[in-house]
Design a binder for this molecule. Structure first.
Ligand code: TXA
Ligand code: MG
Length: 350
C-alpha cells in the first residue's frame, strides 16, 4: 500500500480538501495516523470491526489489547457507553478535552474487536485541535492506539510514524512534534473507587482534587507475578529500545559517577547513556543522548525520541539517569522503568 502524506499546523490548520480526504478514509474503514497532544495515534473507524482488525494488523499488536475511542464532543460519549456517573461527569468537566482516558461499560454499538473482547470501553477527547477536527469531520468515534509498531516507543513526531508504519496505513498527518510526549492517564470508572491504570500528564493529585478518592493500580508497581496490571496493554514490555537498559536510582552526582564507571567497561560505540541537557557535560565516553531539560520540564516530551535514537545508534547497553525529581515523574518513571524491563540499580545508602 502506498501511504499518502498531508499536514496540519497550529497556524494554518488543514487544507480543506486534505481534511475531507482523511475523514473519508477513516469513515470508510481505512487507516490514518494523526497527531494528538500526547503521542501520534493510528486511527480507524471505532464502530467498524474490520477497521479495528486492520489496526491490530498494521501495528503487529495482539488483538486482546483494547483500543481507545477518540471523540470530538461530549455528546458523542452517550451513544458508546451505558451510563456516565457523577464522578465521570466531574472528571470530564475538569479534564476534557485533554490527556485523560476514561473506562466505562460499553454500549451495544461498540464491537468487541475494538475492546479486545471486553465489556468495557476506553474513551478520550483529545485537546489537539487538528485531532478533534479530524474526528468531527469523520463523524464517527475513532479507535486509535499509539501509532508505533508493537514493542517500539510511541511516536512523538510524524517521522517516527513513518519509520514504523509507512506502507502499512493509508495516510499519515504530519502535525510536527507533540506537546506532552507520554500517553494519556487512564482511569477505570467501573469499580466503586476509580483506579488509575496508566499514569500520565493528569496526575493522581490532580484527579484527587476533583473526585476525592482514587487509587493507583497495584499491578503497575508490584513485582509479584500474580499481581497483573489491569490495563491489558501495560503488561507487555512496551516502549522498549532494542538494547538492555539499566536505570540508576540515587543522588545525581553518584548516578553520574556510577554510569561513567560502568560505561568504561564497554567499547564506546556500544554503550548508550541517557542523560539530560543539564547533565550531559559530565559524560565524555559512550553515546550520550539527552531526553530533554530538567529545568525546562521537557523530559517527558523527549523521552521516546531518545529511546528511538538509541535504536538508530545500535548500542548494546544503555545506562540511564533517573528523573524521579521531575515534574510529572509518575508518568516519566513508569515509562522509563518499563523500557528498562524494571531493571533498576539503587545507589542509595552505598
Ligand atoms: O494518549 C493516548 O492515550 C494515545 C493517543 C493516541 O490518544 N493512545 C494510546 O493508545 O496510548 P494505546 O492503544 O497505545 O494504549 C491504550 C491502553 C492500553 O494499555 C490498553 O490495554 C488500555 O489502554 N485499555 C484500553 N481499553 C481498555 C479497557 N476497556 N480496560 C482496560 N484497559 C484498557
Ligand atoms: Mg501504545
Amino acid at each position: 500500500m502506498k501511504t499518502e502524506y498531508i499536514s496540519w499546523s497550529r497556524e494554518k490548520g488543514y487544507e480543506e480538501r486534505e481534511l475531507l480526504r482523511a475523514a473519508n478514509i477513516l469513515r470508510k474503514g481505512g487507516l490514518a495516523a494523526f497527531p494528538t497532544e500526547t503521542v501520534y495515534g493510528l486511527g480507524g473507524n471505532g464502530l467498524l470491526r474490520e477497521a479495528s482488525l486492520k489496526i491490530y494488523e498494521a501495528k503487529g499488536r495482539p488483538s486482546d489489547n483494547p483500543l481507545i475511542l477518540h471523540i470530538s464532543k461530549r455528546e458523542e460519549l452517550d451513544s458508546i457507553v451505558k451510563a456516565v456517573s457523577e464522578k465521570a461527569e466531574a472528571l470530564i468537566q475538569a479534564f476534557w478535552p485533554g490527556p485523560m482516558t476514561l473506562i466505562f461499560e460499553k454500549s451495544e454499538c461498540v464491537p468487541y474487536e475494538t475492546t479486545g473482547g471486553l465489556d468495557t470501553v476506553a474513551v478520550r477527547m483529545p485537546a489537539h485541535e487538528g485531532a478533534r477536527q479530524l474526528i468531527a469531520s469523520a463523524g464517527v468515534p475513532i479507535a486509535a492506539p499509539s501509532a508505533n509498531r508493537s514493542g517500539r516507543p510511541s511516536p512523538t513526531t510524524a517521522e517516527h510514524v513513518r519509520e514504523d508504519l509507512d506502507g502499512r496505513v493509508d495516510l499519515i498527518i504530519d502535525g510536527g512534534s507533540v506537546g506532552i510526549g507520554l500517553e494519556s492517564t487512564i482511569i477505570d470508572l467501573t469499580a466503586e473507587t476509580p483506579v488509575i491504570l496508566r499514569p500520565g500528564y493528569i496526575t493522581k493529585d490532580m484527579i484527587a482534587e476533583v473526585i476525592d478518592e482514587v487509587t493507583m493500580d497495584p499491578g503497575l508497581t508490584e513485582e509479584k507475578p500474580d499481581i497483573r496490571p489491569k490495563a491489558p496493554g501495560m503488561k507487555y514490555r512496551h516502549y522498549a529500545p532494542k538494547a538492555q537498559m539499566t536505570v540508576f536510582e540515587g543522588k545525581i552526582e553518584e548516578v553520574i559517577e556510577e554510569i561513567n564507571k560502568r560505561a568504561s567497561q564497554y567499547p564506546a560505540e556500544q554503550v548508550g547513556i541517557l542523560a539530560s541537557e543539564e547533565t550531559k557535560q559530565y559524560y565524555s565516553y559512550g553515546q550520550v543522548v539527552t531526553a530533554g531539560s530538567r529545568k525546562g520540564h521537557t523530559i517527558g516530551r523527549g523521552l521516546y525520541g531518545a529511546l528511538r535514537r538509541f535504536d538508530q545508534l545500535g548500542v548494546e547497553v544503555i545506562f540511564s539517569e533517573n528523573f524521579s525529581e521531575e515534574e510529572k515523574s509518575e508518568a516519566i518513571m513508569n515509562r522509563l522503568l518499563k523500557a528498562a524491563g524494571q531493571h533498576v540499580v539503587s545507589l542509595e545508602g552505598k
